[in-house]
Design a protein around this ligand. Structure first.
Ligand code: SAH
Ligand code: SF4
Ligand code: F3S
Length: 439
């Protein structure tokens, strides 16, 4: 009988896509997917370290599995992803969670079959980590969740060292994939029915810097735009400091590039932005937004914002409120600053008490949500193109999908439409979603 596996994934799209690769590797070894941990012969946790709550969840889950492992000694338990790139965390796992069998990192997913057989041979905890690598491993395919939309890595790692962020320490230095490999992957996806791709990188605007010839992100978008079958091109994330005029032009001109830009601002205070090592001021950011809106008037803008960075005063925070009102974001991810051991900001004085962080967080979302609602209201009675993604969990007859601008839309329809582009007339706008009917 085939062995069963399950993967629990935390963190960003990068991790989600890594899990799709792990799934492909395991299914090639004969494992079959199950949703149930109790039924699994192999459980993998793909971890995230970006904020403390992501980290704590993993410890909680691993602790809870001690009992299952005792009842089912043949069960293999593996932990991988960003947390495992940090030695102190690996040591915690090795000391406190001795029932973990395999530990690997973000740079050696392809070695999983070897690690599994090493574990079977030795019956010991196998630890395999690549600390920092310039190597890019090609040819790991992915068992993608959807056929009609796909994530495609264009680069790995990050060189920006924003002072709050652990990612440069878990994903290594920035390196770009060769364009021919990316284009080949996307052509294959398109031949197999993929309509929408999301290009992934910690800072896609610096794509190409590690290539041995002159080729940048705008060039890549132009080449992808030519691929038959691909209808929509998305990408994330764009660092404001590297967003070039050439890229804005490419976005405006290329018909397949969606009218949505995720442009993390992090804070509206130039003083805090400096302490974060973001390398732009509030004014730079607002000027950039102005330039984008002028060239692409119906652009949707989303962002990431951190509240309670060390030293953030009431005045600094008010600058953030002022900025979000000026930009009028279409959506935003908001975070409480979380101390990450090993980063520069973790050692800063003037850490902000939790109570103040929570108060500001609430104030921020109270400012943002009415803006989101106002932006959504503009779509009432409009017709939008939606890529149908899913059937609602609660109602078989309700479908959901996204517009080119990245908005989530609910509407009535049959599940046979999943994967199709349909036109939907919007009847009702809410803060986070739109409701409509197919026309
Ligand atoms: N490379 C991307 C994504 C990085 S992680 C980028 O630069 O935008 C996603 C978001 O998590 C960041 O944009 C930031 O807003 C948030 N984040 C990162 N470290 C954090 C920390 N220590 N505390 C709170 N939020 C954090
Ligand atoms: Fe982290 Fe900054 Fe790199 Fe984004 S650009 S991954 S926030 S260090
Ligand atoms: Fe992503 Fe979390 Fe790693 S946000 S890059 S999975 S630390």
């Amino acid at each position: 009988m085939s062995k069963k596996y399950t993967i629990v994934t935390y963190g960003c799209q990068m991790n989600e896509h890594d899990s799709e690769k792990i799934s492909w590797i395991l299914e090639n070894m004969g494992y079959i997917w199950t949703d149930s941990k109790e039924d699994s012969d192999f459980i993998i946790y793909n971890t995230c370290l970006v904020r403390e709550n992501a980290e704590l969840k993993v410890y909680g889950q691993l602790g809870a599995l001690k009992e299952l492992k005792r009842k089912k000694p043949d069960l293999i338990l593996a932990v991988c992803g960003c947390m495992m790139q940090r030695e102190p965390i690996r040591n915690v796992i090795l000391e406190k969670y001795k029932h973990v069998d395999i530990i690997f990192g973000t740079g050696n997913i392809h070695k999983l079959p070897q690690l599994i057989s090493r574990h079977y041979q030795t019956n010991e905890t196998v630890v395999d980590i690549v600390e920092d690598t310039r190597e890019i491993i090609e040819n790991i395919e992915a068992n993608r969740k959807y056929t009609f939309k796909a994530y495609v890595n264009i680069m790995y790692g990050c060189n920006n060292f924003c002072t709050y962020c652990i990612v440069p320490y878990t994903r290594g230095r920035e390196r770009s994939r060769e364009p021919e490999n990316i284009l080949e992957e996307i052509k294959n996806l398109a031949e197999n029915g993929c309509k929408e791709i999301t290009l992934l990188g910690q800072n896609v605007n610096s794509y190409g810097k590690t290539l041995s010839y002159d080729y940048n992100f705008a060039n890549l978008l132009k080449d992808i735009n030519k691929i038959d079958g691909i209808e929509r091109i998305r990408f994330m994330t764009s660092h404001p400091k590297d967003l070039s005029n050439e890229l804005i032009e490419a976005m405006a001109e290329l018909e397949k590039v969606c009218e949505h830009l995720h442009l993390p601002v992090q804070s509206g205070s130039s003083k805090i932005l400096k302490a974060m090592n973001r390398k732009y001021t509030k004014e730079d950011y607002l000027n950039l937004v102005e330039k984008i809106k002028t060239r692409i008037p119906d652009i949707s803008l989303s962002t990431d914002i951190i509240v309670g960075f060390p030293g953030e005063t009431e005045e600094d925070f008010n600058e953030t409120l002022d900025l979000v009102k000026k930009v009028e974001y279409d959506s935003a991810f908001t975070f409480l600053y979380s101390i990450r051991e090993g980063t520069i900001a973790a050692k800063m004085e003037n850490q902000i008490p939790d109570k103040i962080k929570h108060k500001r967080f609430q104030q921020l979302i109270d400012t943002l949500y009415p803006i989101f609602y106002q932006k959504n209201l503009k779509y009432e009675n409009e017709i939008v193109e939606v890529l149908v993604e899913e059937v609602s969990k609660n109602n078989e007859k309700i479908l959901s999908g996204r517009t080119r601008h990245g908005r989530l839309v609910h509407f009535g329809g049959d599940r046979s439409l999943i994967g199709q582009l349909v036109n939907v007339k919007i009847d009702n706008a809410k803060t986070f979603t739109l409701e409509g009917h197919i026309i």
